[in-house]
Design a binder for this molecule. Structure first.
Ligand code: A2P
Length: 300
């Protein structure tokens, strides 16, 4: 797979494509000053990012839209260069709430369509199919689905638009081998959230597992290529066709995370990094563990 800073889209099963690296935009609203998100998205566009991962519930979607529109007005990018992924929050699964939720995202962004819209639990897909038919969204995907939940949707009688992607936690300590294999078999692109091992906020992250970026092997591989552990971790995933969406609102790190197209890992290094897998999630979403569709009780 040839990937470069200017050419790194990979195909989706519905004929669209997705840039293999995107900027994550979730940042604890109480701890983030106004304008940080917009400034970061603008920096990222200047650096070469074209993919942005956001959501209405992040409370900064308007800043993402503002930054994209400003860069379009400057002539730096056109709408079709940009890939925006929005999310249907769990409390909006009722079919009649789906389109209004997507339309609210479009209003907040002040854009005509989003490139990808993803849902968290296996409901509401029918209403989303209608949104795709109406041109409000180019591609439909899901997030945090386990194999059974993916099968549920794939086997749904009358399904017209298959999910093109599944956004899940994925990095060298949680490599998702089995889910990745299943997704590949079904033409579903895996999108890795928390690809750097997250912000380690103890309110929602299991911090008992050691920090990924301190890993000795990742740092020693990085030394060989004059790269950081973060760059090695991102390269590992894109080299196996997994889309990464590292969040950063720091311009030096936004740049750092994009410098992953000028080196490649050997097959042996890929294997060694894969072997770091601990099968332990940083993001367990335990507050929902007694929900009947909580996705993480099953093996994958
Ligand atoms: P910041 O926004 O200050 O850069 P993930 O995407 O895995 O959830 O990780 C996001 C966290 O990692 C954020 O706290 C972000 O902070 C930090 N981060 C982003 N890029 C890097 C990097 N290259 N090295 C170290 N930390 C990073």
């Amino acid at each position: 797979m040839y990937l470069s800073a200017t050419d790194h889209r990979i195909p989706l099963s519905d004929g669209n494509s997705i840039p293999i690296i995107g900027l994550g935009t979730f940042s604890e609203p109480k701890l983030t000053s106004k304008g940080m998100c917009a400034a970061s998205v603008k920096t990222a566009i200047d650096v070469g990012y074209r993919h942005f991962d956001g959501a209405y519930v992040y409370q900064n979607e308007h800043e993402v839209g503002e930054a994209i529109r400003e860069k379009m007005a400057e002539g730096k990018v056109q709408r079709e260069d940009i890939f925006y992924c929005g999310k249907l929050w769990t409390t909006y699964h009722e079919p009649e709430m789906v389109r209004p939720s997507l339309e609210r995202t479009l209003r907040v962004l002040q854009l005509d369509y989003v490139d990808l819209y993803i849902i968290e639990l296996p409901m509401a897909f029918k209403a989303l199919e209608a949104c795709k038919d109406a041109g409000l969204v180019k591609s439909l995907g899901v997030s945090n689905f386990n194999r059974r939940q993916l099968e549920l949707i794939l086997n749904k009688p009358g399904l017209r638009h298959k999910p093109v992607s599944n956004q899940v936690e994925c990095h060298p300590y949680f490599t998702q081998e089995k889910l990745l294999k299943f997704c590949r078999q079904h033409d579903i692109v895996l999108v890795a959230y928390s690809p750097l091992g997250t912000s380690r906020n103890p309110f929602w992250v299991n911090v008992s597992s050691p920090p990924l970026l301190k890993d000795a092997l990742l740092n020693s591989v990085g030394k060989k290529y004059n790269k950081t552990a973060a760059q090695v971790v991102l390269r590992f995933n894109i080299q196996r066709g997994v889309v990464v969406i590292p969040k950063s609102f720091n311009s030096a790190r936004i740049k750092e995370n994009f410098q992953i197209f000028d080196f490649s890992l050997t097959e042996e290094e890929m294997k060694d990094i894969e072997a770091l897998n601990k099968n332990v999630r940083f993001v367990e979403l335990l507050m929902w563990c007694d929900h009947p569709e909580y996705p993480f009780h099953e093996e994958y």
